[in-house]
Design a protein around this ligand. Structure first.
Ligand SMILES: [Zn+2]
Length: 114
């Protein structure tokens, strides 16, 4: 963040509090940042830990049933999805061409997908 008065820059942390818990929670991760060396936005490609369950304060648990991933850079690429339908406990992979059942669980013993 930069100061409005002296223009000094410093790192900052943002915190969000959910006051009303929705039935379905959708989180969009901001996976781009401005690169001052290149004077353009670039995609952030670091690994993200996605928990199988998310416990939000006030006892509102959320169980993951879908992930959408983007492959490529900021201006091109494609999307794929990994979804566990409500009436089917098995995970499926969706892309532009096909739907395939995953024979391994995306969440192993640590209950986290990277
Ligand atoms: Zn200042």
């Amino acid at each position: 963040m930069s100061c409005d008065e002296c223009d000094a820059r410093s790192d900052a942390t943002t915190k969000c509090v959910i006051k009303h818990h929705p039935e379905a929670l959708m989180l969009l991760l901001k996976r781009f940042e401005f690169d001052y060396r290149c004077i353009t936005y670039v995609k952030i490609n670091c690994t993200v830990d996605v928990p199988c369950t998310l416990q939000i304060p006030d006892n509102q648990p959320y169980e993951l049933y879908a992930m959408v991933e983007h492959s490529g850079d900021l201006r091109s690429g494609y999307y794929s999805a990994t979804i566990r339908p409500e009436d089917d406990g098995r995970w499926h992979s969706f892309n532009d061409k096909s739907v395939t059942e995953l024979h391994s669980q995306p969440f192993q013993s640590d209950k986290v997908e990277k």
